[in-house]
Design a protein around this ligand. Structure first.
Ligand SMILES: Cc1ncc(COP(=O)(O)O)c(C=O)c1O
Length: 390
């Protein structure tokens, strides 16, 4: 059976941290004649679309933060560059310690005891959690529309992805349906606020899911956009309570460090152990320092949240005034109904030098738009009036 993995596929698996011993199992999962899937292919295809954009392009297609790192973080980053010849692992631990302190979690230099694991962004621990806890008998459960990265990791190891539609009434996760999706679910992924809708799931529902999930499954709570939200709360307390919950955080969104790369997984040490083995190496020093300083900056979250919320409210008034349907969001993105194939709309917007998107198959006539600066959103409005056809 192992024979269906050719030399190239075997080398790729070794590179990704799989042992030779696991080849037989992976070959079985893939089945005769199947190709080894590469889970970042769709992401790369998407990225290739934004290559060579004009310098004045309005990029509101990736939920980035146009403000970049805070001024204080940028200064700290500049200062540490001179030390960039060193690994300085201690800066990674410094960041873990600050985050642990703020979240009421135990930090330890010893991986086997620490509730905080630092990564270069949150995509990495998201993928690792799926690789570690899902397999062909343990599916990955995700909302639809939802963030697709976990599904790609599941596909890579031959695990099934079960998509559970968001609730029609409020675009919250349908936690009862998610819990019932599979009695052997490996990971149930709940993104709060959700990407792409920016909608939140009521706290009582999240608590219900943690209490009623299938035995043995992990709740992966992705809080990438939590700092922007006003209608929901952080949920690291589940981790402090030793529940089977892993919380993901990133510095790519409110903290404006997407290109610098810092993120974290919060979880019981024994739950984090299996995810360490899927990678190795030091973290980017600049990001570790910038993230640590950002966490300590008083008032930064509130200031940035208020800024984004103000621009978003202005954008929503524009949409309402022009009778364009949108989903009220609690994050730095929203979905609008363009009443034609979403791809046509964002291609037309691109011609106006405004890059929006993407589209999710579950809502083909809706396009996700990220909230940019006032200037960017004013250009969005101008382009939208030209491209939206009622
Ligand atoms: C819900 C969600 N989780 C995780 C990520 C990954 O971000 P990063 O790897 O930059 O932390 C993103 C990025 O857009 C996201 O939307």
């Amino acid at each position: 059976m192992q024979g269906i993995l050719d030399k190239e596929a075997q080398a790729e698996l070794l590179r990704r941290g799989f042992s030779r011993r696991s080849f037989g199992r992976i070959a079985t999962l893939l089945g005769a004649g199947a190709a080894l899937p590469f889970y970042n292919e769709p992401a790369l295809a998407q990225l290739s679309m934004v290559r060579n954009l004009p310098p004045d392009a309005v990029k509101i297609n990736a939920n980035e933060n146009p403000l970049g790192p805070s001024a204080v973080a940028a200064d700290a980053i500049r200062e540490i560059v001179a030390s960039g010849g060193r690994y300085m692992y201690e800066k990674t631990f410094d960041l873990a310690e600050t985050l642990a302190e703020q979240e009421g979690l135990k930090f330890s230099w010893n991986q086997k005891e620490s509730y905080v694991a630092i990564f270069a962004g949150s995509s990495d621990p998201l993928h690792r959690t799926v690789l570690a806890y899902c397999d062909k008998d343990k599916p990955f459960v995700v909302a639809d529309p939802g963030y697709e990265a976990g599904g790609r990791a599941a596909e890579f190891i031959g695990a099934k992805t079960i998509k559970v539609p968001l609730r029609k009434s409020d675009y919250a996760h349908d936690v009862k349906a998610m819990a019932a999706a599979s009695p052997t679910a490996g990971v149930i992924y709940l993104c709060n606020p959700n990407n792409p809708t920016g909608t939140v799931t009521p706290q009582a529902d999240i608590e219900w899911l943690v209490a009623n999930k299938p035995k043995g499954s992990i709740i992966l709570l992705d809080e990438a956009y939590i700092h922007f939200a006003e209608k929901t709360q952080k949920n690291a307390q589940f981790v402090a309570q030793d529940k089977e919950v892993i919380v993901l955080r990133t510095f790519s969104k409110l903290y404006g460090m997407a290109g610098l790369r810092a993120g974290a997984a919060l979880g019981r040490p024994d739950l984090l152990q299996p995810i360490y083995k899927y990678g190795a190496g030091a973290m980017p020093l600049t990001a570790m320092v910038g993230a640590n300083v950002s966490l300590k900056e008083k008032g930064l979250i509130e200031k940035r949240r208020a800024f984004m919320t103000g621009v978003r409210a202005e954008t929503f008034s524009f949409l309402a005034k022009n009778n364009i349907e949108f989903i009220p969001s609690d994050a730095n993105m929203f979905m609008m109904n363009v009443k034609r194939p979403g791809k046509q709309f964002y291609a037309a917007m691109a011609k106006q030098n405004v890059y929006v998107g993407r589209v999710w198959p579950a809502m083909p006539e809706w396009v996700r738009v990220s909230v940019g600066t006032p200037d960017e959103m004013s250009k969005f409005q101008t382009a939208c009036l030209k491209c939206y056809e009622a």
